[in-house]
Design a protein around this ligand. Structure first.
Ligand code: PLP
Length: 372
């Protein structure tokens, strides 16, 4: 893979952002001597808690659909695109012309940056938040305006509407803080956003949020021509490796995104897997419950170790170690545990994905060892 292609990848971003090799390498080849020093769990394989994947994987129905679709891969995916689009439209109570599929929601973010930002049309985003769209907007020639989160880790929406903004990016729940911006604040913000400023609400972690203070804004799309919602199959649906996400917006906005679109961008295996996943509500509920239970265990363990956590509504969490986390991240990596990168806006906070119970036991053991 050439450097330029690699720099366009999600992991490429992480490297550019200075995450270090921990987040960039899934399965490093450990020297034999180093292997001997690793705990048993890590020697069997690196414990990857850096990318907020669903450790329970996709629905068995999705895997069966992929197997059945193998003999279809010689065909372009048109019918499968139509079928999934129709199911998503039904699920969300919108028209098929209000859905656009992407190779992961990352591609939706890229299209939005290309369509709605550029010279003289800035992007406004929180700090810290999911960085990708800032990079895409920069590539489109836009100024990136970063607005720090409030002290309790909400988007500071009062400060997120500067004149001339082409796009406001609102990640709710927010990555990396795992925190919510309350629904009343988001509603009032959407009411005030001027028509020429698009607002992209990234709901990648929607399914994990259970607070009464949270809502999806999909129902508001019909009243708001400037609203775009991004969703993904990479998180609770456990399909990060297949690459499928989508946008929901009014047809005119979808048209604008389509102008930037790559033809036949989504593959047939991802499409059939996504369609089958939508039909397996029990699997989704199981992932949510397992995440909730394990997350509770990790939060209380961290609290008992003296590390408070930002209240989390996602499948990851941020804990305050009250010291620079850079060296901690490296030391954890040395013990076979990969966690999120260091976020300069929150340098003492460690972001860790909620994996399975054994993975989290390995993480807590390694953290105890590192913190001394
Ligand atoms: N949005 C947020 C908030 C994320 O955390 C991620 C991935 O970590 C993405 C979007 C991109 O996910 P994908 O491109 O796999 O849909």
């Amino acid at each position: 893979m050439s450097t330029s292609v690699q720099s366009l990848s999600r992991r490429g971003f992480v490297q550019i952002l200075g995450a270090g090799a921990a987040a960039a390498i899934a399965r490093p080849s450990w020297p034999a001597a180093a292997l001997e020093r690793l705990p048993a769990a890590a020697a069997a394989g690196v414990v990857r808690l850096s990318s907020n994947e669903n450790p329970y994987g996709p629905s068995p129905a999705a895997l069966n659909a992929v197997r059945r679709a193998f003999d279809q891969i010689w065909r372009y995916p048109d019918e499968a695109v139509d079928a999934l689009t129709a199911d998503l439209a039904k699920l969300h109570g919108v028209g098929s012309d209000q859905i656009l599929l992407g190779a992961g929601s990352s591609q939706i973010l890229k299209l939005a940056a290309a369509a709605f930002t550029g010279a003289g049309r800035s992007i406004v985003m929180a700090d810290p938040t999911f960085e990708a769209i800032g990079r895409y907007a920069q590539a489109a020639g836009a100024e990136v305006v970063r607005v720090p989160l409030t002290a309790d880790h909400r988007h500071d929406l009062e400060r997120m509407l500067p004149a001339g903004a082409g796009l406001v990016y609102l990640c709710n729940p927010n990555n990396p803080t795992a925190s919510l911006t309350p629904k009343a604040e988001v509603r009032s913000f959407l009411e005030r956003a001027p028509a020429q400023t698009r607002v992209l609400v990234d709901e990648a972690y929607f399914h994990y949020a259970e607070s009464g203070d949270y809502e999806s804004v999909i129902q508001q799309v019909k009243e708001r021509p400037n609203l775009v919602v991004a969703r993904t199959f990479s998180k609770i649906y456990g399909m990060a490796g297949l690459r499928l996400g989508y946008a929901i917006a009014q047809p005119e906005t979808i048209e604008r995104l389509l102008e930037q679109h790559v033809w036949d961008n989504v593959n047939i295996l991802a499409l059939v897997a996504a369609q089958a996943s939508l039909g397996d509500a029990a699997r989704l509920e199981r992932s949510r419950r397992l995440n909730r239970d394990t997350r509770g265990y990790v939060v209380s363990s961290l609290n008992a170790m003296g590390h408070p956590c930002i209240p989390t509504e996602t499948n990851f969490l941020m804990t305050d170690l009250r010291r620079d986390v850079g060296p901690v991240i490296e030391a954890l990596k040395g013990r076979g545990v990969e966690v999120g990168r260091r976020f300069p806006a929150l340098p003492s906070h460690l972001r860790v994905t909620v994996g399975t119970r054994p993975q989290m036991e390995a993480f807590l053991g390694a953290l105890r060892g590192v913190m001394g």
